[in-house]
Write a new protein. Sequence first.
Lengths: 302, 361
Amino acid sequence: MHNLLEMNDVSVRFRARNMEFYALKGIDFSVEPATNIALVGASGSGKTTMAKVFLGFQKPTTGSALYKGKDIYALKGKDLRDFRKNVQPIFQDPYYSLNPVRKIRHVLDMGLFLSKLNKQEKNKAIQEALKRVGLNPPEDFLDKYPHQLSGGQRQRVAIARAFIGNPEVVIADEPVSMLDVSMRAEILNLILDLRKTSNTAFLFITHDLAVAKYISEKIAVINVGEIVEYGYTKDVIGMPVHPYTRLLLDSVLTPDPQISKVKLEKFNKDAMITQPIIPECEKVTTKYVDLGNGHYVKCSQK
Amino acid sequence: MSDYQGQPILSVQNVTVGFQTKRGIAKAVDGVSFDVHRGEVYGLAGESGSGKSTIALAVLRLIEEPGKILSGKILYDGQNVLDFDDSQLRAYRWSKVSMVFQGAMNSFNPVMKIGEQLVDAITAHSNMSLEDAQKRAQELLEMVGIDKIFVNRYPFELSGGMKQRAMIAMALILNPPLLIADEPTTSIDVIRQVEILKLLKNLQSKFGLSMIYITHDLSLMAAIADRIGILYAGKLVEEGPVDEIYERPAHPYTKLLLQSIPKLEGESSIIGIPGQPPNPLSYPSGCRFHPRCPFAMNICVDEEPVLKEVSGEPPPEISGDRQNYGVGPSHRVACFLWDKASAGAYDTRFTPVKRIDQKVD
């Protein structure tokens, strides 16, 4: 049994004139069926590049990206169609990710492009998809254009489009960061709900550990192109080991003045970065150390 | 924290700002009043379109056509900014009140070195010699944590966080007593966000600055503000000391907003607010929040609540198990729920609105 998505020692290198840098450096990562992982990191850490590699948009410079054991960048024919149907994206900005000259009906119809439904069945599926994301009654939305909807409604359409063909995995790149605060919670709850009612695996990309904690079972923390800590959400957030994870946790403020004011006062990036090396690392020669319960931490000196 | 001595440094009184559009006047800010006291950080919180940036621009008198300040007063040190002539305005802007803009990353001139731009601003506003101005520019950059070698760099050579710091330096060149920070940390990453916030807080206490901090992020707000005003659809719906607002929100909107934020601490689930912020061309009647408010009553549809002191028995819809609502002038709210108890049950204006099946979002 292969993993749904897998990266084996993936590096992505970008070159500009005579400079080059690695957006991803030797990533090993997999998405198993029906799991739900958050990829967390600051801007420039490589989280979006990882999403692009999995979506088939960014060929790795070295290493391999696999879909069910087959190289994503060598897929052809039926395998490629299968991949396209089963790996679906939700992007950050619902203002740009929907075609402005297409009606919502059409946007969703495109999501069924690879399905074998007849016209009537497609129409029914489209209506169901809109209902599922809370755009009810569907008739009110089918013939609208994206500009006639609010940001929250557009993101719901994007989610409906991603889920309409019952994909095996959905990759969502910061799906709530462009939305107003009052609408974020509704979209997050919608995603939680869809996850519970489907077998779809979910890779959720965010810079906010509080959001990651709310939405996923597992967390991978990524920093300058490398995964530095990985494990169950409760372990990564409850017992963070890597200095970078701790730094990220220290930067998450909370709507409580007493906690947040103290956090702000104590915040000291330099102290966090120069923290001593993880003691568990002394005992191993591998790049990662296993702390138990699938909680891995990268040893920075290796 | 609520006992402020003397005249406020800034007093915004009943200010309305309208934008003329083809479909009528959009009142982005509608009759907003608040004071900023010396040495305090006053937070303005609200979603996009609530009018928070428009207020900031109005304070600096930077509202441009088709926008216009339609009514009200903005008193700086007791003087009405809206009556200033051009020369008074020049003496007021930047040297009395300066601003760190949203998306400051793009507010620098891309073809001028950072240092030159700071020097430019210094020499334009004072009669400092070029040499002194250059020294001052270096000092300022160092104060915000940028190495002085960056004086000779172009904006594209700085990271987003550094540009934001440089913008803060720019805002402080004339030692203004009041600084407006309009979402200074949006679109920079989480770690730098906290660094910038910390820098602002440190500068604020070091120089005893008064500050208006604008954001939609109630977690950031909690860390920096002393007092907070919550804006909804161009109106101030609640105002009070920061601890009071977060612990005992008096307005349903504030309460729901606080429940909609995922937290690292605890296991609580979050709840969204149904519906969406209204269009400024067609605000709902009565209380502008009533279509989204789970506790809306008939009176909320018909009449507009005014911002007044939190007083009387806390309505159970709002207070839950919270007690000891701070009464008195420091905590103000615009919500009829607070009048319900005193009106008595027989008053049908205070019965819940019958809703026709509410649409989601």
